[in-house]
Design a protein around this ligand. Structure first.
Ligand code: CTP
Length: 362
């Protein structure tokens, strides 16, 4: 928290939001947000190290001793269109007005950069001590439904609980969802929440009906413990192994890769033999295989991941050519023939495979 010391002793600079919460909790912060009471762009331009600025939001990125730091101006906002990005109504408002636009009391704390004094307009310190998430006003989830997912993230990350009235507001919103919302922000929060790899998060997500923000169709909690599964088979897109199970994902703007992971597992039907399992899963992302396992057949998924995927045939197209076979679709038939044999007898050597090819030719 010493990055600002080289600036000046401005009493208008405050650490704000998550960074203050994290400091009081004694945990590491992902990023440092600093607010200037007034216009941060004008303030920072005095130092001549501005890297990037966004006058519409009053934010500015500067180089502080070789480190990039983001400064925001205090600002007030209104949600003209519920569920979408708010519109800035004033840049350079009071610290209190800035704080009141935020999601939860524990995220509405400020700390003076020069003195370390905590400014708490909403009772955030007490809620932090009591491990409670409390919205600042009754419209909070209507303005920004992603806050319901953010609450889930903080509940799981810090072991917090929803304050009673906040829980009521969540239930109320989830019983009458306005699906015209920014799904880009929803997706970001889902990723951050489910990349924590927490079975508890998924249980709350399903049991409290939070999943309906994405996928209105009824969905039951799968019996598998996904957290344990991912610990055993780590993947790049942990969040997708949870979210990919939902029946209706069209609202989330998936990348090509994400879409493929989900489409691949859905396209696979019943798998009976090792050969069928191998052919279905070969080349697929582990995420897709886990999704198939959770939703359809875990034995098949585990058999592939633990054993079958390590079985490879040694014979190549070059070998077939050397044996006098002209390149044709027949090559694939031969490879499959050898593979079937090798799945039954993984100890087969290269020579065994070659003699199989010769038999096949005959
Ligand atoms: N905020 C908000 N409503 C949102 C997103 C953010 O009010 N939908 C406010 C909160 O005050 C939050 C701050 O903006 O603390 C910064 O947002 P962000 O960096 O997303 O969250 P952090 O609280 O810093 O959480 P994390 O540790 O996950 O980054």
């Amino acid at each position: 928290m010493d990055i600002i010391n080289i600036y000046d002793n401005s009493d208008k600079l405050y650490y704000i939001g998550g960074v203050v919460r994290d400091k009081l909790l004694g945990v590491k912060s992902f990023d440092v947000d600093i607010t200037y009471v007034g216009n941060a762009i004008e303030y920072c331009s005095k130092f001549g190290e501005v890297i990037q600025e966004n006058p519409d939001f009053g934010t500015v990125r500067v180089n502080v001793g070789g480190r990039e730091v983001d400064f925001a101006s205090t600002r007030s906002e209104i949600y003209e269109k519920k569920g979408h990005l708010p519109v800035v109504t004033k840049i350079g408002c009071s610290l209190k007005e800035d704080v009141m636009r935020r999601d939860f009391t524990v995220n509405a704390l400020a700390m003076s950069v020069s003195t370390g004094e905590i400014v708490d307009y909403t009772g955030g310190q007490k809620d932090l001590k009591d491990k409670i998430l409390r919205v600042l006003h009754d419209e909070s989830f209507i303005d920004d439904p992603t806050r319901i997912i953010r609450a889930l993230k903080f509940r799981v990350r810090f072991g917090f609980d929803l304050e009673e009235h906040t829980r009521y507001l969540q239930e109320k919103y989830l019983s009458d969802i306005n699906y015209d919302m920014s799904y880009k922000r929803v997706k970001k929060e889902l990723m951050e929440t489910f990349n924590l790899n927490s079975q508890r998060a998924f249980e709350i997500f399903i049991q409290e009906g939070i999943y309906k923000l994405v996928s209105p169709e009824k969905f039951e909690l799968p019996k598998v413990n996904i957290e344990e599964l991912i610990k055993k088979y780590p993947v790049e897109h942990t969040w997708l192994v949870y979210i990919g199970l939902l029946p209706d994902l069209l609202r989330l703007e998936f990348t090509k890769e994400e879409r493929k992971i989900v489409e691949d597992f859905r396209a696979i039907g019943d798998l009976k033999t090792d050969f069928e399992i191998y052919k279905a899963f070969d080349g697929l992302a582990v995420e897709s295989i886990l999704l198939y396992g959770i939703s359809k057949d875990m034995n098949a998924a585990i058999r592939y991941l633990d054993i079958l995927r390590y079985i490879k045939i040694s014979v190549t197209g070059e070998d077939l050519k050397a044996l006098g076979l002209k390149p044709s679709p027949k090559y694939q038939e031969i490879f499959d023939y050898i593979l079937q044999a090798k799945l039954q007898n993984p100890q087969m050597t290269y020579e065994d495979e070659i003699s199989l090819v010769k038999n096949y030719k005959n």
